[in-house]
Design a protein around this ligand. Structure first.
Ligand code: RFL
Ligand code: PHB
Length: 386
């Protein structure tokens, strides 16, 4: 078998790349180790930047997103017994975010690929990369796929990054001393906008998916196990961290999904080796406090699509050679913003009283100075796409 671009991973990065390449007349095959059902049910991100929404709409896969996505024009920061709104419409006019589940994006992309006759293979075993320097090919389940280029879109735990010989990539990493316990509940959101709550008991986030489904996160110890978190304990902790302003009551409901996510920042430089290009979580991850991971994956894929179009249509390698450099500026901006939001809002056991006072002073500044609030708003809604 032969294709122009062999894509490993059917997450948002791999599927969107395959779709955008198809629109440019470039062939690809997507190899995914999980089942279609599994990737369509995997609950993850929910916040799409304007640039992500525009990318999906322009690519013709934004119909349901425009109908069912929830546009948001602000978020609340809650601490010290009060809520403070960060109003996007005032601080960054014309820019907003859309709340729409990542698995819905994945469903829409899979449907579009299959409808266009795209080659997306699920439950593919033992994908391996060979000869990435020159004449690359992939093997899997006893088959061989020759490619001009390989796109490693297989997430943080994939095979692509470890296929690069030792010493070529430099990695930068920061682990946080806590994790997030995330839940999905069959209950109407108790707030119209997202609430990021800083609390002495730990951070909590109230998000949502639809008018009937809410999404919540709790800061928990790094080794937390969902078995230690029966439903009653989760609701009691969410109430303790969120019912901190007069008149706010959290409505509880049936919990339909639970999971623990470690928190870390990670960057690979460069994001390429020979004819292998890494995109999305395969190349970098951020702690989810800034809601940037999925949006960064989309930004990478846009850059890679342009570079591959120049390569396949004109034979020029300039954009491909500059792929990492073109992506990494945005990647590091998102790393910094995600680190900043994380340190602003979480409780660190290592912090002394002085550290806690600094954190509160910083929050007071962000919620009282228009200049400081604009910094948050501009990064949150996302800087313009490349
Ligand atoms: P994915 O989604 O991890 O997809 C990689 C795919 O590759 C497959 N795979 C393999 N396939 C074949 N062979 C192998 N050897 C393979 N190894 C792996 C996997 O099965 C999978 O299908 O990476 P991608 O496409 O780069 O997308 C990145 C995003 O998923 C990620 O950045 C976001 O989910 C991060 N994130 C958030 N991002 C946002 O922009 N906004 C948010 O609000 C947000 N919230 C979150 C998040 C991530 C979270 N978790 C669980 C990590 C909230 C959470 C809780
Ligand atoms: C989500 O709804 O899943 C979500 C929202 C905001 C974040 C992270 C996750 O910062």
């Amino acid at each position: 078998m032969r294709t122009q671009v062999g894509i490993i991973g059917a997450g948002p990065a791999g599927l969107l790349l395959s779709h955008l390449l198809h629109l440019r007349g470039i062939s690809s095959v997507v190899l995914e180790k999980r089942s279609r059902d599994y990737v369509e049910r995997r609950v993850r991100a929910g916040v799409l930047e304007q640039g992500t929404v525009d990318t999906l709409v322009e690519a013709g896969v934004g119909g349901r997103l425009l109908r069912e996505g929830l546009p948001h024009h602000g978020i609340e920061l809650r601490y010290g017994g009060a809520g403070h709104r960060i109003p996007f419409e005032k601080l960054v006019p014309g820019r907003a975010i859309t709340v729409y589940g990542q698995q819905e994006v994945v469903k829409d992309l899979i449907a579009a690929r299959l409808e266009a006759g795209g080659d997306v293979r699920f439950e593919v075993e033992d994908v391996a990369i060979h000869s990435p320097e020159d004449r690359p090919y992939l093997t899997f389940g006893g088959e061989r796929l020759d490619c001009d280029v390989i796109a490693g879109c297989d997430g943080f735990h994939g095979v692509s990054r470890p296929s690069v010989p030792p010493g070529v990539l430099r990695t930068y990493e920061r682990d946080y001393p806590f994790a997030w316990l995330g839940i999905l509940a069959r209950v109407a959101p108790s707030s119209e906008e997202l609430i990021y709550a800083r609390n002495e008991r730990g951070f909590a986030l109230h998000s949502m998916r639809t008018p009937e489904i809410s999404r919540f996160y709790l800061q928990v110890p790094p080794d937390a196990d969902v078995a230690e978190w029966p439903d009653e304990r989760i609701w009691a902790e969410l109430k303790a961290r969120l019912e901190t302003v007069p008149g706010f009551a959290l409505t509880t409901g049936e919990i339909i999904e639970k999971g623990v996510t470690p928190m870390r920042g990670f960057v690979t430089e460069p994001m390429q080796y020979g004819r292998l290009y890494l995109a999305g979580d395969a190349a970098h991850i951020v702690p989810p406090t800034g809601a940037k991971g999925l949006n960064l994956a989309v930004a990478d894929v846009r850059v890679l699509t342009e570079a591959l179009a120049a390569f396949f249509h004109d034979g020029s390698t300039g954009l491909l050679d500059g792929y990492s450099e073109a992506c990494l500026k945005r990647v590091w901006r998102a790393q910094h913003f995600s680190w900043w939001m994380t340190t602003l809002l979480h409780t660190f056991d290592s912090d002394d009283d002085y550290g806690r006072r600094l954190q509160l002073s910083h929050l007071d500044y962000v919620t009282s100075s228009e200049v400081a609030a604009t910094t948050l708003a501009e990064n949150y809604v996302g800087l313009p796409f490349p």
